[in-house]
Design a binder for this molecule. Structure first.
Ligand SMILES: CC(C)(COP(=O)(O)OP(=O)(O)OC[C@H]1O[C@@H](n2cnc3c(N)ncnc32)[C@H](O)[C@@H]1OP(=O)(O)O)[C@@H](O)C(=O)NCCC(=O)NCCS
Length: 172
């Protein structure tokens, strides 16, 4: 597998993947997806396996040293093989280079695969937003602290990330 930067010609395929990954009301229209990809401060990575797109991730740089994951989508038949993890790794490395102190994202509260995936990468649930999606579903805001490690295993603790997220003067 390789992870490479987005190219404009990828857009139709990325939109097709997003439509397959999410139900109506949560998936993006092609225009919305393109708007996120082209947003100032945004970066998109594409994972390829044997020349085929297996997944992608869109992130953007926010004020106050925060990076935001807009979406991470892996083709159904290619899941549980490390594609999502490799995309997250690329975006977290970029966030560190951009001097971000944390990464945050929103995940649907019924999206148990995504919640487990992010928790496996040490993201903590910090806030539940009711009616986040147009379908009325709530989302969890999840945060990973990228700053200096605190705990004995060399990672920031859950409480540390949560507390620091709450002290930031912005709201997702
Ligand atoms: C969530 C998603 C991106 C994960 O991608 P992936 O390529 O399957 O993830 P990885 O293979 O890197 O998984 C890493 C770890 O995350 C956890 N994980 C991933 N999917 C999981 C699932 N369905 N159930 C429980 N744990 C899961 C596991 O700990 C996994 O490690 P393991 O396979 O060794 O047990 C993928 O399921 C997806 O695209 N889902 C649809 C779109 C979506 O919901 N995106 C998130 C938007 S908020």
């Amino acid at each position: 597998m390789i992870v490479r930067p987005y190219r404009r010609a990828d857009l139709p395929k990325l939109h097709e993947i997003d439509q397959a990954c999410f139900p109506p009301g949560i998936s993006y229209s092609r225009k919305e997806l393109e708007r996120f990809i082209r947003m100032k401060g945004a970066r998109t990575w594409v994972a390829e396996e044997q020349g085929e797109i297996a997944g992608f991730l869109v992130a953007d740089r926010q004020p106050h040293g925060a990076a935001h994951i807009v979406t991470v989508d892996v083709v159904e038949g290619r899941r549980r093989a490390g594609v999502g993890g490799a995309l997250m790794e690329a975006s977290e490395n970029w966030a560190r280079l951009e001097h971000c102190r944390l990464v945050y994202l929103e995940a649907g509260e019924n999206n148990s695969a995504a919640l487990a995936f992010y928790e496996s990468r040490h993201y903590s649930r910090v806030e539940r937003i009711p009616d986040y999606y147009s379908t009325g579903m709530a989302a969890w805001v999840m945060v990973k602290w990228l700053g200096p490690a605190r705990d004995a295993r060399g990672r920031a603790s859950k409480q540390d990330a949560e507390q620091r997220f709450r002290t930031l003067s912005f709201r997702p």
